[in-house]
Design a protein around this ligand. Structure first.
Ligand code: PMP
Length: 332
């Protein structure tokens, strides 16, 4: 019989898929790594497991302990999943702008959530950051993973994602492209691929226009999970050869194309990473020997009300709404 003993055994070893129509006319082999096939639906399952393993080993998390983190996104899901399997309590602090679906997925795994007002200064005692610090101090046995500075985030990608890519491309990878949020993915994978290839593999960061990594000031953008207005310590700029920016319009257009032309229902940061990979192929004039691997961090289900909602897309001027069709329109 072939089965996993725990859903946690299914984290990692995600497949590579070659891009088709979206990469038409380009000489290199362009492969995408499908991280939505992790059990919690994103690359963040990897860091959650590694961070919790390390906290247990260092005695920071003991049986009956509580994980406290300000996160509403994929990291929360990863932590909630691992915590559920290991018997820890999870408390997430979320700003009130976070939608119901995101709250519900965390609670579905048994996590508790504390909602804080968005319209307060970061140093207010009611803020997202202050409340999570206070909970970590006041809950007995609390552990705060702090994904922006925890070295086990990048380490998980150094130990798993990087080696998987090297193994699955038979060491033929020449370029790696990933979006930068905390910087954990690009730093861990980048460090591994640089070491194993004697510096030959080029590491390219994808960043939303406006974020600090591509020279912006942190001005707002709509792509979620990537870009920052500060420099986290999880980000190691020494392994990154270049950072290329993408606009929201470019990122969302490519995200929608990936679903329609490649059958890949992914999130906006995935579309952004592919847009940047194609820009890099053109800018660097890469030939048929180049093997470009692009990491796609999560799936598109979490964005059905936004990127895949015509009215939302139209409200920002990204697309024109197509009319609902009549029977006569579709019978052909
Ligand atoms: N895309 C999405 C959807 C994410 O949730 C994240 C994590 N914040 C990233 C990209 C970026 O990954 P990293 O934090 O490792 O830079």
């Amino acid at each position: 019989m072939k089965y996993a003993n725990s859903v946690l055994d299914l984290i990692g070893n995600t497949p590579l898929v070659k891009l088709g129509p979206v990469a038409a006319g380009l000489a290199p082999t362009i492969l995408v790594k499908i991280e939505y096939l992790n059990p919690g639906g994103s690359s963040k399952d990897r860091i959650a497991e590694r961070i919790i393993d390390a906290a247990e080993a260092e005695g920071l998390l003991k049986p009956g302990g509580t994980i406290v983190e300000p996160t509403s996104g994929n990291t929360g899901v990863g932590l909630a999943l691992v915590a559920q399997q290991r018997g820890y309590r999870c408390v997430f602090v979320l700003p009130d702008k976070v939608g119901e679906d995101k709250r519900n997925v965390l609670m579905a795994y048994g996590a508790e959530i504390v909602v804080t007002p968005t319209a307060v200064a970061p140093d207010s005692p009611e803020s997202y950051y202050s409340v999570s610090d206070r909970l970590a101090r006041e809950i007995p046995g609390a552990f705060k993973p702090n994904q922006y500075s925890n070295p086990n985030g990048p380490r998980s990608h150094y130990e798993t994602t990087g080696p998987e890519i090297w193994r699955d491309t038979d060491g033929k990878i020449t370029h790696f492209v990933a979006g930068v949020g905390t910087g954990g993915t690009i730093s861990g994978v980048g460090k591994y691929l640089k070491e194993v290839s004697d510096g030959a593999v080029q590491i390219i960061g994808a960043d939303p226009e406006g974020s600090v990594y591509s020279g912006g000031t942190g001005r707002p953008y709509l792509v979620e999970g990537v870009g920052e207005d500060f420099w986290p310590t999880a980000y190691d700029p020494t392994v990154v050869d270049r950072v290329i920016a993408a606009t929201d319009a470019e990122s969302f257009d490519m995200t929608r194309r990936l679903a329609r032309e490649e059958g890949l229902l992914v999130g906006g940061s995935s579309g952004m990473a592919v847009d940047v990979a194609l820009k890099a192929v053109r800018e660097l004039d890469l030939g048929p020997d180049a093997v470009v691997v692009v990491l796609l961090p999560d799936g598109g289900r979490g964005y059905l009300g936004k990127i895949f909602n015509e009215k939302w897309m139209q409200s920002y001027g990204f697309i024109q709404v197509s009319d609902e069709k009549t029977v006569a329109d579709v019978v052909r």
